[in-house]
Write a protein that binds this ligand. Structure first.
Ligand code: PLP
Length: 381
């Protein structure tokens, strides 16, 4: 393995699948589901995570996350479900941060009871409040930072230390930061998850998930995963590898645009609140500076006139009112109508989602076009 210093070089070259036969510049694609078994001890099969393309891309993810090893899944939720259920059994308890991706909350609220797994959502970001909720049967602490859609930031090192002290597994959903802005393994977090549908894919055309962790934890996850299924097709693995080659360029452009847009919105009289870790007014701005190398491309804001939120998104001409995030194009969503729509209004309120909240995934367009689009929409509502 070559020792690349820069993260952009790692994005381009780490985990390359070398085309020894024809010396092509890019990774060849091996979509085979059948491999000869004579004269080999390792049974190659896509569901066992050991096809050439899966192994190569897993290595790239592991290198970007500073972990021993990594696995690829067919969606972010498959990565989340599998990581949780590889370690949980009936009677166990999990501590969750309260501000989480809506689909994760839905998974917990709808599925855990069926398996007699208990859980607590911790509303505070203070470590002592997590400690207070620990039970003798707690197995996992699960966090998301920055969180979707409120951009809450939690102290990774303190969560990792609390987990270690109590013999628990710490898991983070690192989707919003991407490995370019945050590598939680460096702070002692055990398992790092991504919805690769977002920044890793980056072009709004791939559904995928990743898990990065130590060799021993990845072994344990493989043991369960081969029974759960949920692998990523090698065709998509190949496309995801290509996408990640530009990850750091994309994310750095998005960081830069998002900072300017957050400042623009913060100074706009039509806007009540802006949530972005790069703003000095963000409650965890100092912590974000300590544990992130960039503040990310995601922000959210609340219009002064909450009833106008949907009209506002309809007035935008460049920024698209579409559901997902992390693509090269700027998109805006109303979390209460999309990511958190499966929750009741009361549940949403408990998780801090007002109906006037808008979540903005900042793309790589030239900043001036984005500002002009926002500004004409403010004039037109
Ligand atoms: C989208 C998302 C997920 C779920 O990922 P899918 O790829 O849609 O299954 C999980 N966590 C976060 C933070 C997300 O944004």
């Amino acid at each position: 393995m070559k020792n690349y210093k820069g993260v952009t070089t790692k994005c381009v070259h780490s985990g390359d699948l070398i085309d020894d036969k024809f010396k092509g510049a890019t990774s060849p694609l091996y979509p085979s589901t059948s491999y000869e078994y004579l004269e080999t001890t390792d049974d190659k099969y896509p569901r066992y995570f050991n096809t050439p393309n899966q192994l190569a891309l897993s290595k790239k993810i592991a290198i970007l996350e500073n972990s021993d090893s990594a696995l690829l899944f067919g969606s972010g939720i498959a990565a989340i479900f599998t990581s949780l259920f590889s370690f949980l059994k009936s009677g166990d308890h999990v501590l969750f941060q309260s501000s989480l991706y809506g689909g994760t909350i839905n998974l917990v609220v709808k599925e855990f009871k069926k398996f007699n797994i208990n859980y607590t959502f911790v509303e505070s970001l203070e470590i002592k409040d997590f400690e207070l909720e620990l039970k003798t049967n707690t197995k996992i602490i699960y966090i998301e930072s920055p969180s979707n859609p409120l951009l809450q930031v939690i102290d990774l090192k303190k969560i990792a230390d609390l987990a270690k002290k109590n013999n628990l597994i710490s898991i983070i959903d690192n989707t919003f930061a991407s490995p370019i802005n945050q590598t939680p393994i460096d702070f002692g977090i055990d398992i790092v998850l991504h919805s690769a549908t977002k920044y890793l894919g980056g072009h709004s055309d791939i559904l995928a998930g990743t898990v990065a962790s130590s060799f021993s934890k990845i072994e344990k996850i493989i043991e369960s995963s081969i029974n759960y299924g949920g692998n990523l097709s090698d065709y998509t693995v190949w496309l995801l590898e290509r996408s990640i080659k530009t990850l750091s360029l994309r994310v750095r452009a998005q960081n830069e645009n998002a900072q300017k847009i957050a400042e623009y919105l913060d100074n706009n009289k039509n806007v009540d609140l802006v949530f972005y870790p790069g703003l000095k007014s963000h409650p965890q701005h100092d912590l974000s500076k300590k544990q992130m190398t960039g503040f990310g491309g995601m922000l959210s804001f609340v219009l002064k006139n909450e009833d106008k939120a949907v009209d506002f998104t309809k007035c935008l001409k460049i920024i698209k009112p579409v559901m997902s995030l992390g693509g090269v194009e700027s998109t805006i969503t109303s979390p209460s109508l999309t990511s958190h729509s499966k929750l009741s209004r009361d549940q949403r309120k408990k998780h801090g989602i007002s109906d006037g909240l808008l979540r903005f995934s900042v793309g790589i367009e030239d900043y001036i076009d984005l500002e002009n689009d926002l500004s004409q929409a403010f004039t037109n509502i």
